[in-house]
Design a protein around this ligand. Structure first.
Ligand code: NAP
Length: 248
């Protein structure tokens, strides 16, 4: 059953990893897709070509999620190209890990701007459209690290915890207009990035997870289908852990 037929979604950071996985599953569910990336032009074009045969409208846009003006311009372009926006998935994110002792101001600011300010930028940019049409689903990608903290990731954890506070506040502000705002907190998701790590290290991580495996981008994507579709029409202000039971 196609759960997103007739809907249009913006997915930020869709050229690789989890964002790419969400785009693939959304396309299978009939969703038209506006995909963003930072610099991976080739990968974004390849994904467009992969998804178009599924019969959905797909277009990729180079847009820096950390830039307020670029978020406004992106939404203008998507409205011109697609006519409407039903779902925004704020997925773009980076890490610049270090112990506080060695963390630079630049590394703190970059992570907060790309991971957290981006969520403000996109939500502001799409708010008017959502208010006018009296519906919209916002899905923000946090992390178990934003819920629990992690040594060596104070900047990342702060940005991901900030997303949770932001999302709950927006859920309260915009609920009366049928605009929903929810967070997904993935655990250890196996992407191209983790494929480069030694197998024994990755196996050690897997052993520590109650479900005894790392997550796949598809696991996160399926949670995004639920939160983007009408199946979750009475769900807002929530944090959904997609972590194999890691935080249990
Ligand atoms: P990834 O493979 O590194 O992909 C990051 C994506 O974000 C890429 O498409 C990248 O575009 C884009 N991006 C980076 N900076 C951007 C910017 N300034 N503006 C627009 N797009 C930008 O990351 P991932 O592992 O899939 O993670 C996706 C999200 O899930 C992130 O928010 C991450 O924090 C969160 N998360 C991941 C895990 C995990 O285990 N992987 C766990 C918990 C949470 P380019 O290709 O052009 O650089």
């Amino acid at each position: 059953m196609k759960l997103l037929e007739g809907k249009t979604a913006i997915i930020t950071g869709a050229s690789r990893g989890i964002g790419r996985g969400i785009a693939q599953v959304y396309a299978q569910h009939g969703c038209d897709l506006a995909l963003t990336y930072s610099s991976s032009v080739e990968a974004a074009k390849a994904l467009e070509e992969e998804l178009q045969p599924l019969g959905v409208q797909v277009k990729s846009y180079q847009s820096n999620a950390a830039d307020f003006e670029q978020a406004q311009t992106l939404v203008d372009h998507v409205l011109a190209d697609f006519g409407k926006i039903d779902i925004v998935i704020n997925n773009a994110g980076i890490t610049k890990d270090n112990l506080l002792m060695r963390m630079t101001e630049e590394d703190f600011d970059a992570v907060v701007e790309i991971n957290l300010k981006s969520v403000f930028n996109m939500t502001k940019a799409v708010q008017r459209t959502f208010l006018k049409q009296r519906h919209g689903s916002l899905i923000h990608m946090s992390s178990v690290v934003g819920v629990k903290g992690n040594a060596g990731q104070a900047n990342y954890a702060a940005s991901k915890a900030g997303i949770i506070g932001f999302s709950k506040s927006i859920a309260l502000e915009l609920g009366s207009r049928n605009i929903r705002s929810n967070v997904i907190a993935p655990g250890f998701i196996e992407t191209e990035m983790t494929a480069k790590l030694p197998e024994d290290v990755v196996q050690g991580w897997r052993n520590g997870i109650p479900l005894k495996r790392g997550g796949q981008p598809e696991d996160v994507a399926n949670a995004c289908v639920f939160l983007g579709s009408d199946l979750s029409s009475y769900v807002t202000g929530q944090v959904l852990n997609v972590d194999g039971g890691m935080l249990t």
